[in-house]
Design a protein around this ligand. Structure first.
Ligand SMILES: Cc1cc2nc3c(=O)[nH]c(=O)nc-3n(C[C@H](O)[C@H](O)[C@H](O)COP(=O)(O)OP(=O)(O)OC[C@H]3O[C@@H](n4cnc5c(N)ncnc54)[C@H](O)[C@@H]3O)c2cc1C
Length: 438
């Protein structure tokens, strides 16, 4: 059997190239607080919130307020990938973060328009995508496209930096309460779309007593700089980036995996879940997919995996002794910068880096628990509209939708599917006042 190993040069796209803006206009500085009323409030301006805002714009819904902690479209996502020095997305060009069904310039069209800015490797990827093969998208292209999508659909004018702290759900309105610019605000919205993404997964409480040891840090925190020996915990792409970065700094690395072995695959879930037949395995609109079966599928499909491109690099480092991989050994405790493995073996370093994955934000803390209706960590959503069953004016997009849309619900492609359902429902709810732009 021939085993194809993609070249690691794919991972090295340049970052922070100057990219022109069309139209050339600066982001308005949204000092102050959001207005007292709006048709729709979107919580979170990540790829999901951006997709929802853009789709609503096409449907003539323009009285929209977007509130985001960062105040930048896709800001947290870009900060996270930059923290890892991740230069390419894992998802291909087809998973574009724009709107389904409208002739906007899509992610691949956008990259082609900027052909002259791209490296030969990046151009080859576009050709691969055009030929229907797997392709890899540079973070630079993705960032510029998100900005383009935001500008095109006037998102910056509707975006406030702030934090939503609670939602009070009424018959006709939802009161969105939060803080911005060191003061509080309250916006009465006819509909709310929650797009808060995912938070990093914390360690089990049993790993250490009291405060986190000083030489232990999470993947989304500043790294240690060059140290002689680093211990990385976590088998996913984030862990693999930490390993790669430490090796590049000249550190020796111990990589601790709970799993029996690393898993290399293109996307983080089986590609069928990006297509209708995969989503059908979760589609319970006619009540035919039991919860237990969906839960089992989620458990199976959301396993940590690493892009193929890392394989040559990590295999070579392991062979020449710069990398030691501890497979099939869960961590039981962390003392200082020493990781204690199940069975008592200890792996010591100068710094421990944790990459234990993420946990979907499902509305807990913003909505009353009775409204979230959490079951096994997932919210109780109407399968057709993605509204909370106990608060039909509040919708969820992003990772919270996985038990309805399948494991791809947390990916850019899943946001596209969620957005189509949510935007149509919101526009229908506002129909009297909507003017449709196509
Ligand atoms: C390192 C990394 C790489 C990834 N690579 C890919 C990839 O290549 N392809 C892919 O499809 N997916 C990828 N993912 C998954 C990825 O997170 C999602 O596709 C995407 O970021 C999710 O978008 P989102 O809008 O749901 O969440 P986010 O991008 O996290 O955006 C949510 C926003 O909401 C804000 N927010 C949350 N709560 C509040 C609140 N109460 N008030 C105000 N603002 C709030 C957050 O601060 C954040 O800005 C990756 C994830 C990580 C961590």
């Amino acid at each position: 059997m021939t085993r194809f190993l993609p070249d690691p040069d794919l991972l090295d796209s340049p970052r922070h190239r100057a990219w022109p803006r069309h139209p050339e206009r600066p982001l308005p500085d949204r000092a102050g607080v959001p207005p007292e009323a709006a048709d729709v409030v979107i919580v979170g301006a990540g790829p999901a919130g951006l997709a929802v805002a853009a789709a609503l714009w096409h449907l003539g819904v323009h009285d929209v307020v977007v509130v985001d902690r960062d105040g930048r479209p896709a800001g947290r996502f870009l900060d996270r990938v930059d923290r890892l020095d991740q230069r390419v997305l894992r998802s291909p060009y087809e998973h574009h973060p724009g709107v389904e069904g409208y002739r906007d310039c899509e992610l691949r069209d956008f990259a082609r328009v900027h052909w002259a800015r791209l490296t030969p490797v990046e151009r080859r990827e576009i050709r691969m995508s055009q030929a229907g093969h797997r392709s890899v998208v540079p973070v630079d292209v993705f960032e510029a496209y998100c900005r383009h999508t935001a500008d095109l659909h006037r998102v910056p004018e509707r975006l406030w930096r702030g934090e939503v702290r609670s939602l009070a759900v009424g018959e006709e309105r939802v009161s969105v309460r939060g803080s911005a610019f060191q003061t509080t605000f309250e916006t009465a919205a006819r509909f709310v779309v929650l797009c808060p993404g995912e938070e990093r997964r914390a360690t089990p409480a049993s790993w250490w007593d009291g405060d986190r040891p000083a030489r232990v840090s999470y993947w989304d925190e500043p790294g240690p700089g060059a140290v002689a020996r680093e211990v990385v915990v976590g088998a996913g792409l984030t862990g693999a980036h930490l390993v790669r970065n430490a090796l590049a700094r000249g550190s020796r690395v111990d990589w601790v995996l709970r799993e029996e072995s690393e898993r290399y695959q293109c996307s983080d879930v089986n590609a069928s879940f990006f297509r209708a037949e995969g989503r059908a395995r979760f589609d319970s609109r006619r009540g035919q997919v039991p919860w237990a079966r969906r839960l089992a599928l989620m458990g199976r499909e959301r396993r940590a995996s690493v892009m193929f491109e890392f394989r040559p690099l990590l295999t070579e480092a392991e062979a020449d002794g710069r990398l030691t991989v501890h497979r099939g050994v869960p961590v039981s405790a962390v003392h200082g910068a020493t990781v204690v493995l199940a069975g008592g073996r200890r792996v010591g370093g100068d710094q421990v880096r944790l990459a234990l994955g993420t946990v979907p934000s499902i509305g807990t803390g913003l909505l009353p628990d009775s409204v979230v209706g959490a079951r096994d960590g997932w919210p109780d959503l109407d399968e057709r509209t993605l509204a909370y069953r106990h608060a039909p004016r509040v919708f969820a997009a992003g990772a919270a939708t996985c038990m309805v849309l399948g494991p791809a619900g947390r990916n850019i492609d899943g946001h596209r599917v969620a957005t189509a359902r949510i935007a149509a429902s919101v526009a229908a709810g506002l129909r009297d006042r909507a003017v449709v732009h196509v």
